[in-house]
Write a protein that binds this ligand. Sequence first.
Ligand SMILES: Cc1cc2nc3c(=O)[nH]c(=O)nc-3n(C[C@H](O)[C@H](O)[C@H](O)COP(=O)(O)OP(=O)(O)OC[C@H]3O[C@@H](n4cnc5c(N)ncnc54)[C@H](O)[C@@H]3O)c2cc1C
Length: 302
Amino acid sequence: MSLFDRAVASALPVVPRSVVRRISAPYIAGATLDDARRTVATLNAAGKTATVDVLGEEIHTEDEAHAIASMYGDVLAAIEGDRLDANISVKLTGLGLKFDLGLCRSLVEELVRAAGEQGARVRIDMEDATCVDDTLAIYRDLRAEGLDNVGIVLQAHLKRTLNDIDDLRELRPSVRLCKGIYVEPRAIAFHDFDVVRRSYVSCLEALLDCGSRVAIATHDEHLLVESLARVEALPADGYEFQMLLGVREGRATELVAAGHPVRVYVPFGRQWYEYSLRRLQENPRMAGVIARATVGRAVGRS
Ligand SMILES: Cc1cc2nc3c(=O)[nH]c(=O)nc-3n(C[C@H](O)[C@H](O)[C@H](O)COP(=O)(O)OP(=O)(O)OC[C@H]3O[C@@H](n4cnc5c(N)ncnc54)[C@H](O)[C@@H]3O)c2cc1C
């Protein structure tokens, strides 16, 4: 992580809201559900599916958890009403994971059942390492209830992940595999870039070996190439690639043209500002990446 990255991340809170909006605009559909609908429709028209994320992960009360669940209900209704090819991605802290596990479990179960009735799926995002055990326990509970339209996320940078895959093996879980965005202590997470890449490939192989339907969530060209070599013999419904809205869109389009399924993660919501700041500060490297890209675009225009 360079000094530039750290400087950009720490300067963000004093950067005017309008500038943060401009920096984050390509990565967020907008503040409203209509913004998300339009974005998903455009992606669908380009042959890409979507997974919709309602921004709002920092909550402290039962009412706030119900409000987030209700917004996801609206998203599901919009997906069905507009016949969009999209799922939802849910952060369990937004449904009360940190203060009421029972409430969180029942809210996510309601969403999974509602999604199932309309043929949609729910992906449970993975948050920081303190959330992993409870998130996996809730996922197991849902599967034990016979709910199969739910998937989980595993993070290749965590040292525990290969064991988690082994423990989940009998469920043949639907897994989104990512590197992991949260900065974790060295005791539990790999920090070296190449070691994380190697762990990603090992986790991918382990998931494919247990018959898991893997969503390969990375923009890292090295990992895309390694992954393509490992999924080429699979049927198109056996895997998919996933990317974040606004990131490497051209590469996503190439994958679609080559016949690979691609899903785009579409965050929206009134908390776009808080989300942008938190994400950029959580991962200063990304603040640097985005700032460089923004400077690059500005230079390109001038
Ligand atoms: C669909 C999807 C869902 C995800 N869900 C989770 C989750 O539930 N939990 C979790 O911890 N993490 C999640 N992540 C984030 C993931 O863990 C990584 O932090 C992130 O994808 C960056 O890693 P990378 O594999 O793309 O490789 P990197 O080496 O970090 O990135 C490769 C290149 O992609 C570009 N890039 C990557 N990310 C961005 C960005 N945000 N903005 C601009 N350019 C970018 C840059 O050019 C960069 O050099 C998700 C990622 C994706 C794609």
